[in-house]
Design a protein around this ligand. Sequence first.
Ligand code: 13P
Ligand code: SF4
Length: 317
Amino acid sequence: VEPDAAWRDEVLRLAAEKDAVILAHNYQLPEIQDIAHHTGDSLALSRIAAASDASTIVFCGVHFMAETAKILSPDKTVLIPDERAGCSLADSITGDQLREWKAEHPGAVVVSYVNTTAEVKAETDICCTSSNAVEVVASIPADREVLFLPDQFLGAHVRRKTGRENLHIWAGECHVHAGINGPELAARAAADPDADLFIHPECGCATSALYLAGEGAVPAEQVKILSTGDMLVAARSTKAKSVLVATEIGMLHQLRKAAPEIDFRAVNERASCKYMKMITPAALLRCLRDGLDEVHVDAETARRAKGAVQRMIEIGQ
Ligand code: 13P
Ligand code: SF4
């Protein structure tokens, strides 16, 4: 299937016929981002999914994102073009592991990144995304212990920002972001000293970027730790002529659209998420035509997870 005019017409015709809204994460293939009714980061898409009055949500992203939409809207049909689109970060903690961790810290508040399974969300007090993690943790009384999971790099970022000592961090990571490393970032920044650095907090190199700023190798105001949605906001306001981007490479498409005059370059061009890229033009067409793959979340799990997800979309609104 080629993403040509006939493909676009057929996708949009089927979406209208089935009363479906198509949502695409910023890491999707360019042709999927361009045909979607809405693109955005995890938080923005969760909010759009919750507010939409379409009876079907087609989620072009990974499985936990579609599950989150289903938790918020159990009466809607939620489809993902390929249910095998998982997430290595969401796989880094199971419901059993979280129950054991909670037992070791009775009374702690559990904050889970949205990149988790529905079963883990059902054991969670508040979910967060990269764009509101700091605000979510800051909203918890200072004397309460916090269990933050599953991403160790986002956890380190939250600890730096909140200065919180009683924040326990799970040692999970995303294989794509963990692979964007500090030496590579330092070499790129040295070759282009005027470039801004846009760094996703899931990156292994976020600490290195702050170290470079601390050493004076890069001016501190050029180092920006941002969610994918906040990168777009920053792209529209920066004075920099070039930007080094440390996140999944799908992000470059929206950045270049938002600020065509800026030279955006990936810190690591191999940082591509194989799960995000499973959502192909052929898979999207099949999804709309055949109503596949449908996302189901067991009703009791969804009921227990909903409060945590609801709090996530309310904080920082
Ligand atoms: P955001 O879109 O919330 O920045 O998340 C990044 C990510 O890795 C999603 O899988
Ligand atoms: Fe998961 Fe990483 Fe892929 Fe995002 S980029 S979906 S965190 S594996």
